[in-house]
Write a protein that binds this ligand. Structure first.
Ligand code: ZN
Length: 222
C-alpha cells in the first residue's frame, strides 16, 4: 500500500467559534484523518512561521488553505516558501472559498484572483461538469442550503479543468467556476468555492467528499 497522503490543513482561524469550534482546518483534518489513505495535520497563522515552516511544508504532499481577513498578514518570506514547495517540489495547493484572495493562490496563478461580485444568502447548486475527472469521483450534483455567493468573472488564468460549476438561488443569472484545476510548474493547484465560515458547509458530506478528492488530486495521487 502506498504511503498515506500528507495533508497540511491551514486556517487563519478567524472563523466563528460557534460554527466551527475547531476551525475549518480542524473540521477538514478530522474528516481526512477518518480516511484510510490520508494523514492530516492542522496549522494556523499564530503558529511559528505562520504555520508554514520549512519542516511543515517539507512534510506535506498538499497544503489546504482557508483564510478570509488576514491574507495580507502572510509575510513575504512565508509566501516564498509556499510557492517554492509548489513549483519546485510539487506540493499541491488547495485553496478553499475566500482563499481565492490568499497570497499563495495569487502568487501561483499570477493574476489578481478577484471576483465579479459577492453576496450573502440563498442556496447554491453545485453541478458536476466533468464527471470523469478524479475530483468528481463519487460526486453528483448537490445543493449547499445556505451560502455566500461569488460571481464571475473570476480573475484567474483559464483553468486546465473546471470540474464543478455553481449557480445561485439569489439570482439565476449568477454562476461560478467552483472547482478549478491548474498545474504550476511541478505542482497542482485546486480551487474549491464552497466554504463560507458563517454556515456549517464544511460538515456537509458532499462538500467533504470534494475536499477529499481534491486533496488526493492536488497531491498527485489521482
Ligand atoms: Zn465567505
Amino acid at each position: 500500500m502506498a504511503d498515506k497522503v500528507k495533508a497540511l490543513v491551514w486556517s487563519e482561524f478567524t472563523e466563528p467559534k460557534d460554527v466551527y469550534p475547531v476551525g475549518i482546518h480542524g473540521e477538514i483534518a478530522k474528516h481526512l484523518n477518518a480516511q484510510s489513505d490520508v494523514e492530516a495535520k492542522t496549522a494556523q497563522i499564530e503558529d511559528p512561521q505562520q504555520g508554514v515552516s520549512e519542516e511543515s511544508l517539507a512534510w506535506a504532499d498538499v497544503l489546504l488553505w482557508w483564510g478570509h481577513k488576514r491574507h495580507r498578514d502572510i509575510t513575504d518570506e512565508n509566501l516564498a516558501r509556499i510557492v517554492k514547495h509548489v513549483k519546485e517540489r510539487g506540493m499541491g495547493y488547495f485553496a478553499i472559498h475566500s482563499a481565492h484572495y490568499s497570497r499563495g493562490l495569487i502568487a501561483l496563478l499570477e493574476t489578481g484572483c478577484g471576483l465579479g461580485g459577492v453576496g450573502n444568502g440563498g442556496a447554491e447548486t453545485v453541478s458536476v461538469v466533468m464527471p470523469d475527472h478524479p475530483i468528481a469521483e463519487g460526486v453528483t450534483d448537490f445543493v449547499v442550503p445556505q451560502t455566500e455567493y461569488f460571481t464571475e468573472p473570476f480573475d484567474v488564468p483559464e483553468p486546465e479543468a473546471v470540474v464543478l460549476r455553481s449557480t445561485f438561488e439569489t439570482d439565476d443569472k449568477l454562476w461560478f467556476r467552483s472547482g478549478s484545476c491548474w498545474t504550476v510548474e511541478e505542482g497542482r493547484v485546486f480551487y474549491f468555492r464552497p466554504g463560507h465560515e458563517t454556515f456549517p458547509i464544511m460538515r456537509q458530506p458532499e462538500v467533504l467528499k470534494v475536499v477529499y478528492n481534491g486533496t488526493l488530486w492536488a497531491a498527485k495521487r489521482t
